[in-house]
Design a protein around this ligand. Sequence first.
Ligand code: AMP
Length: 443
Amino acid sequence: MSNNAKISKDFNKLDNILIIGNGGRENSLAWAIQKNELVKNVYLCPGNAGSHRINKCERINIEISNKTELVEKLNYLKIDLIVIGPEIPLANGLADFLREKNFKVFGPGKNGAKLEYSKSWAKEFMQDANIPTANFWKVNSLEEAKKIIYSSSNPLVVKADGLASGKGVFIPESKDECLISAESIFNGKFGNSGNVVVLEEKIQGPEVSIFALCDGKKYVLLPSAQDHKRLKEKDKGPNTGGMGAYSPAPLITKDYLNRIIKEIIEPTINALNKKNIDYKGVIYFGLMITKSGPKVIEYNCRFGDPECQTIMPLMDQNFVFLLEKCSMGNLTGNETIDSSNMFSGCVIATSKGYPNEYKTGFPIKIGKIDSNNCQIFDSGTSLGKNGELLTAGGRVLSIVCQDKDFDLVFEKIYKNLKEINFDGIYFRNDIGHQVRKSFSKEN
Ligand code: AMP
């Protein structure tokens, strides 16, 4: 797909796009979508202080729970396509509601979002469809959990069933610790998300994220990615929402990808169809590459953050067409993505204390940035009284660059990071260590 004018005949109007969400993920989606010359306005609801810096982008503040106001505003803005970023509105059925009102929506309905908002449902779904995943037990009480924990040969992974902002997974070292984790979940650490607990066999191997844009029946894959969830260097410390990522993942060769498609991606889409789930959105496959092959660790019903910020700069101007085709159910499945053979990386600058308590409101100073194939996507920022950029979240900025190898990518990212400062700034220096040749020499 290279000729926009020719392609435009095949597409409905794409003047006005709305993206729901307020993080780095949504800003990077907006950045990739605005590249297309047919797109006139990209509205971010609510977006953050970085949204204005993106070409064609404007923030709007609509209370999405106020359905009447929402529909009025979308009609007033003549919105042609809605992209829903975060999992919570998807789990609450926002996509279903907007489709009923005849809007084109990229994002699954509530039944598809269940892949993410109920881990036990997703595990049973995989079991029924013979999709490789770690063995598991769904438990409804601490007594049940105790029996399974102490009868298993090794400590199990303990997960809250529902949404928990990436914090609902425990990987204890001992069985006693497993029980303590299960107890904390049943005692309400994650509210109703912890009414059910999933216990899982601990599996091992590198992790990789695969994204399939899906129109209900057909799909297109985005470049693979690997992220770093742990707070500290050498992949130590607590799990976070993500401290950085790189794409594509060299681990996933063409042959291995074919295996993943055959064993995981196509069986997942077929199983959704069998359940009459018309999944129009992205399916995130969080995989572990074990000795016995790829296994699904989790599904998400939305783009991962920071993988999305990493992958979006690899998209060409046709990305928005893919989203629209998914929303309409008319992918051919043969669409290709021209990622210009570039490599991309992202490092997240966080507030001191994250992922636990942290302070916000510190001024962000940005010096002389190399902007050649480099982006800064705001993750958690706000504007002060005088228009100054302030920290407003645990993850503050996503520093992203592309180049023809990963060494050059991360050299540029860390050079740009030297130009960025705020009180308590923290980031990992070893993001992408697996793919940086210069890193292994230096360390
Ligand atoms: P999740 O939120 O389910 O992706 O889990 C968060 C992280 O916990 C994953 O990225 C893995 O590093 C780890 N994890 C989850 N499930 C397992 C498992 N069954 N075995 C080993 N590690 C796991």
